[in-house]
Ligand binder design. Structure first.
Ligand code: NAD
Length: 438
């Protein structure tokens, strides 16, 4: 099967590489010439474990190539995937469909034979019908179908998620399109991963409903964490006790500094907006968005308490700036609100992240970048753990405490305990939803 993948970001590149590994002929397209140049040299422009090796293997096998020329990639392709960004539109929370619609029109102008145009980007319900209209308008003679194939991979575990998905969702209008999609996903079908075929609207809705539900679960435990802090309960034990109930499950029940990342914030906003537009306000999703903002503000208050009410003149070390470990993605990361609050409050901020520096240098002005956590702690008044990279999970806490001017630890990922901190000589320790000491 010949496939064109439009957009080689976190989703497009992983999907393109994995489809080529299934045995398909894949051409990945991006309008960013730097990305294409890097990819042609065998360099992966993002950090995603395992991606470079898989990419090399499939380029060598002659099944995978890269180009900036969309028309060339689309010519002869039996399926063209749209995997471009759908960020929040300025002002109203709606998903910005500008990139999707522009790609659809370009595809329409380039295609001349039957093709399935597949939207992999996360798009609000109704978008695939709009794509269909736009393609018809741009090329009235084209024989084509549209399909919705939302992606559920997680950054940091993207290849594993793509190759062993909980399910694949495919929304179609015709049997012909369903057959093309079945052929593309045949290797997964043969290994009995569930492939669910639906109408377009249900496929589009599944993606948003799933993300909003996961964001709700995280936000629920974050709110319970605040109550735990006031009442003496330990949120880690509470989450474990809840998660052992098979109806609830233990995933996405880790209290932390509020959800961020490239999907949950924008997708909850877009879903809430869709609800408003259809006269069906989604009160739960709207509350989740508001509570998550409160959770993020609560983090800054925690740090202020640890610093005795003011950041001014304090030296603060921050471990982790990416929105989660094993990615270099900083989109809507908690660090983007917490670090500016520290800098704005007059703190000298030192930052360390195994992969975040390249993005972070532009996004976090006024900080000093360190290449190891111990340098971050040197003569600091407060150390903040913001992302639970493996590199920060087994720190020599005694060594850290000795290096600091005043040994205070804000463990916003609940990696350590108050007992660990006390034993190591920390004067103060705070975490999320558990007893600390100041
Ligand atoms: P991204 O910003 O990393 O990548 C998008 C890429 O598309 C960019 O490289 C951009 O240059 C390129 N592009 C835009 N318009 C183009 C055009 N007309 N022709 C060629 N290239 C074009 O975005 P992403 O994180 O990969 O997300 C893509 C979509 O997948 C979004 O809708 C997102 O919600 C969804 N999604 C993302 C994740 C994730 O973990 N990142 C997971 C599931 C779904």
């Amino acid at each position: 099967m010949k496939i064109a993948m439009i957009g080689t970001g976190y989703v497009g590149l992983v999907s393109g590489v994995c489809f080529s590994d299934f045995g398909h002929d894949v051409v990945c397209v991006d309008k960013d010439p730097d990305k294409i140049e890097k990819l042609e040299r065998g360099e992966v422009p993002i950090f995603e474990p395992g991606l470079e090796t898989l990419l090399e293997k499939n380029v060598e096998a002659g099944r995978l190539s890269f180009t900036g020329d969309l028309a060339q990639a689309v010519r002869g392709a039996e399926a063209v995937f749209i995997a471009v960004g759908t960020p929040t539109r300025r002002g109203d929370g709606h998903a910005d469909l500008g990139y999707v619609m522009a790609a659809a029109e370009e595809i329409a102008r380039a295609a001349s034979e039957y093709v399935v145009i597949v939207t992999k980007s996360t798009v609000p319900v109704g978008t695939n019908r709009q794509v269909k209209q736009a393609v018809k308008k741009a090329n009235p003679d084209l024989d084509f179908d549209v399909a919705s194939n939302p992606e559920f991979l997680r950054e940091g575990a993207a290849i594993e998620d793509f190759m062993k998905p909980d399910r694949v969702v495919v929304g179609v209008q015709t049997d012909r399109a369903a057959e093309v999609m079945a052929e593309i996903y045949r290797p997964l079908y043969l290994r009995e991963f569930p492939i669910m075929t639906t109408d377009l609207e249900s496929a589009e809705m599944i993606k948003y409903a799933a993300n909003a539900f996961l964001a709700t679960k995280i936000t629920f435990i974050n709110e319970i964490a605040a109550l735990c802090e006031r009442t003496g309960a330990d949120v880690k034990q509470v989450a474990r006790g809840m998660g052992l109930d098979g109806r609830i499950g233990n995933k996405f029940l880790h209290a932390g500094p509020g959800y961020g990342g490239s999907c949950f914030p924008k997708d909850t906003r877009a879903l809430a907006r869709t609800g408003q537009e259809h006269g069906v306000p989604l009160h739960i999703t709207e509350s989740v968005i508001a509570v998550n903002e409160q959770v993020k503000r609560r983090m800054t208050d925690k740090l202020l308490d640890l610093c005795g009410g003011s950041f001014n003149g304090k030296t603060v070390g921050v471990l982790g700036v990416t929105f989660k470990p094993n990615t270099d993605d900083m989109r809507e990361a908690p660090s983007l609100s917490i670090v500016p609050a520290l800098v704005g409050g007059g703190a000298k901020v030192r930052v360390c992240d195994p992969q975040g520096r390249r993005e972070g240098e532009n996004l976090l002005p006024g900080v000093n970048w360190m290449d190891d956590p111990y340098k971050c702690a040197h003569k600091a008044d407060l150390l903040v753990i913001l992302t639970e990279w493996n590199e920060f999970r087994a720190l020599d806490l005694k060594r850290i405490a000795r290096k600091m001017a005043t040994a205070r630890l804000a463990d916003l990922r609940n990696i350590y305990t108050a007992r660990d901190a006390k034993r190591a000589g920390f004067l103060a320790y705070e975490s999320i939803g558990r007893a600390g000491y100041i």
